[in-house]
Write a protein that binds this ligand. Structure first.
Ligand code: SF4
Length: 492
């Protein structure tokens, strides 16, 4: 290894498995990374909160040192703790082997000079990348000469129902054994590491094209940097492109959908329409779209929910990551009439669903069609009916009237500026110029959930809570205004 090559760590190893260029940039030019946004920060914060709860499962454990800095000091404290039989568990234990640094979430003393390794994640299941993560830790800890009896992953239990008050940690957190799976990956770890060291020794980043891997399994922090020089219509913009087709097109030397040879590649009907619109630079709108929208029965109620889905449940009776609607916006359109707006945003810190559902049942009385933009609203209505038996009949009746505009637009309309996405945030500003979400403080659903959680937090100052409430109302209203605008434009 060259003496000035960057070092490897658990996060760099994970980065390298996702994309060799991500590894190179992380090691050589981390300043090119996108700033951490509020959604990403919320994911980190949630992970930290779950980590802190996991530690409570090991009373008497020693927290060596939090944070990635001061690795040498943390390593020396880890060595001392390993020797002390009176310490039943070590948190954030630090190890280095062959230049690879790792921190282990929990090392539980399992016997004389023997430990269990426990990785903690805020997910509700074991993912493939978690096994890689544990396998790297085993490689390093084995190399450091510490005996590991078992390796496991602790994660949130999706079936846990919060009874209210303190969490029942024994039920909220599930510990699964990954020893066999992770040990089985050790030979692969060795070969991955060889490749990663070679990448880090290079003077230029590997020539990796952007593609679906930029968002899987994690949104890459170099997304902005790599997409700066992306072609106008990169290949992965092709709707639901298969990995095989992507590889085939790349092998032909193609980078931009505009260069796709006409009629020579087998495409779905939707992909074909997409390529035609891109080639001609003109939108395509089938006449069938207007006909289908005109079939909606009046009054049409345009409905949108905002939800919060925390890993650690906020309300009694809910489970990790359950979608909890806390707000709706509803525009009501009579035939030849002016739209009327209704809305609800729960203000208290209690479960928002009963009051929201009662308000919605009242506001939708007389609705002939309930227009939504995705299956999200229908699913939430069914869940509300399950949770609120007293209102189940009315809620299921609303759900029965839902008409989803999304598949209609997807199957009958394409504009080159959609760039492969039919989300309303994409479609609205393209089809209705001058509209969009750019003027709003909250411009996407995940941020709305975070804003709501902050608004109902008793620690939030009153003036901040008032501002968040106004921002949430403006955002949700814009979603139903968007549906209404699209409906009026495309049904005409
Ligand atoms: S944005 Fe994509 S190509 Fe660029 S480093 Fe990240 S994963 Fe690799």
């Amino acid at each position: 290894m060259a003496s000035r090559a960057p070092t490897l760590s658990k996060s760099r190893y994970t980065a390298g498995l996702q994309c060799p260029k991500r590894l190179y940039l992380t090691g050589h030019d981390p300043r090119l990374a996108d700033p951490v946004g509020p959604v990403q920060q919320a994911i980190f914060d949630s992970g930290n909160r779950v980590g802190a709860l996991a530690r409570q499962q090991y009373p008497g454990g020693l927290l060596v040192e939090e944070g990635p800095l001061q690795h040498a000091r943390a390593e020396s404290r880890t060595r001392r703790a390993l020797q002390d039989d009176g310490i039943p568990a070590i948190f954030e234990a630090a190890f280095t082997h062959e230049g690879i640094r790792i921190r282990a979430d929990v090392l539980r003393r399992a016997g004389k000079d023997e430990f269990d390794l426990i990785e903690v994640k805020s997910t509700t299941r074991v993912k493939n990348e978690h096994v890689d993560d544990v396998a790297l830790q085993l490689h390093v800890i084995d190399g450091a000469g510490v005996s590991i009896r078992r390796a496991g992953l602790m994660h949130l239990n999706r079936d846990y129902v919060h009874p209210g008050g303190e969490y029942d940690l024994a039920k909220l957190l599930h510990l699964g054994d990954l020893t066999k799976e992770a040990r089985g990956r050790l030979p692969a770890v060795e070969s991955h590491l060889d490749g990663m060291w070679a990448i880090l020794r290079e003077n230029t980043p590997p020539p990796i094209e952007i593609g679906p891997h930029c968002a899987r399994p994690y949104v890459c922090p170099f997304h902005g940097h790599c997409h700066r020089d992306a072609p106008a219509h990169p290949l992965h913009e092709l709707y639901r492109i298969s990995p095989r087709l992507l590889d085939e097109l790349r092998a032909l030397g193609l980078r931009d959908l505009r260069d796709l040879p006409e009629g020579e590649v087998a495409l779905t009907r939707l992909q074909d329409r997409q390529c035609l619109a891109i080639r001609t630079g003109k939108p395509i709108i089938d006449a069938a779209l207007s006909k289908r929208l005109k079939a909606y029965r009046y009054p049409v109620h345009f409905l949108d929910f905002e939800t919060v889905n925390p890993g650690l449940p906020l309300f009694p009776g809910t489970h990790p990551y359950q979608m909890i609607p806390f707000q709706y916006s509803l525009h009501v359109l009579e035939k030849n009439g002016q739209p009327v707006h209704h809305e609800y945003l729960h203000g208290g810190a209690d479960d928002p669903r009963p009051a929201l559902a009662r308000s919605l049942v009242e506001a939708t009385r007389g609705a002939a069609s309930v227009a939504a933009y995705s299956s999200f609203e229908a699913t939430r209505l069914r869940e509300l009916a399950d949770a609120l038996p007293d209102l189940a009949t009315e809620l299921l009746s609303i759900e029965g009237r839902v008409q989803d505009m999304h598949p209609l637009i997807r199957d009958h309309c394409y504009h080159p500026d959609f760039h492969g996405s039919f989300s309303i945030k994409n479609v609205l500003p393209v089809l209705v110029p001058g509209s969009g979400y750019g003027d709003l403080a909250i411009a996407e659903g995940t941020l709305a959930g975070l804003a709501y959680a902050e608004m109902i937090d008793p620690a939030t100052p009153a003036d901040r809570a008032v501002r968040l409430r106004a921002e949430l109302l403006a955002y949700c209203k814009r979603d139903t205004e968007a549906m209404l605008s699209l409906f009026q434009l495309l049904a005409s």
